[in-house]
Design a protein around this ligand. Structure first.
Ligand SMILES: [Zn+2]
Length: 261
């Protein structure tokens, strides 16, 4: 079955073979390949007072988390995974309206009538039925606290002079799960509001250039608000070894590189 998952073998299925045999075999191959896709994602487990928090690293800016059987999806993006194969969302967070963060096709596959959606006002123009959060707003759902925090560019701009992410438009989110605070920065630079964050256990900071932060900006922010665990995410082609080197003497910050290109 596994051998069948190579494209070569799939194409080598003998034409003269009995179709009654080939069709089930093809389906088995498809299921095996699909399962492989689901289980190929890296996962980390973080202990909290509400039980284990399981973080699944989908890629780019897309994350999935599970605690107490509550599934939280963040910025699902269909280019990274077949979301039809992933667990449905109890909670869905969208940081901003760019297409790699707000993907209606991926959302359709994980959203149910019971999914609670939290998003910015600009996202709500493209996706209906969610709760709009402005920077500074707070919500609580299924025992998870949600705080929308600013996410914007200070220096990186389009040729027109407009920042890639203007202030006040997008959100980062600070989630409180079982007493631990987890910061998902969204697309942003090392803004003062980020540096003022307190008691962050886990931080996801973007490093995709030119839209978000350089490794130096990430290091500057991390040294200021001191997350215990730092996951560079949404890093595109930026060399992740640079942030590891920059923070190698900052013993209180555990820099973890996962497949979040
Ligand atoms: Zn963006």
């Amino acid at each position: 079955m596994l051998v069948c998952c190579t494209h070569k073998r799939m194409h080598a299925c003998p034409m003269e073979a009995d179709m009654n045999y080939v069709l089930p075999l093809f389906l088995l191959c498809a299921i095996a390949c699909s399962s492989k896709m689901v289980y190929a994602f890296e996962k980390d487990i973080i202990a909290t007072s509400s039980g284990d928090l399981e973080i699944t690293f989908i890629g780019h800016g897309s994350l999935m988390m599970k605690v107490n059987n509550i599934v939280v999806h963040v910025d699902p993006y269909g280019a990274l995974a077949d979301y039809a194969l992933l667990p449905k969302a109890d909670v869905l967070l969208i940081t901003h309206e760019h297409r790699d963060h707000l993907d209606p096709g991926a959302i359709d596959k994980i959203r149910t009538a019971d999914t609670k959606v939290y998003l910015s006002a600009a996202c709500a123009e493209k996706l209906s039925g969610g709760t709009i959060m402005k920077n500074g707003d707070t919500e609580s759902v299924s025992g998870i606290g949600i705080e929308a925090v600013p996410a914007y560019n200070l220096v990186h701009r389009r040729d027109s002079g407009e920042p890639y992410h203007p202030k006040g438009r997008g959100n980062g989110y600070v989630l409180t799960v079982g007493g631990k605070r987890l910061y998902i920065a969204g697309d942003t630079e090392n803004i003062p509001e980020m540096k003022a964050l307190k008691n962050i256990e886990i931080a996801f900071l973007p490093m995709n250039l030119p839209y978000t932060m350089t490794p130096d900006m990430v290091a500057d922010a991390a040294r200021t608000f001191k997350p215990h665990i730092l996951y560079p995410y949404h890093y595109g082609d930026t060399d992740t070894s640079l942030i590891v080197k920059l923070l190698k003497n900052d013993a209180g910050i555990d820099v973890r590189i996962r497949r979040m290109k």
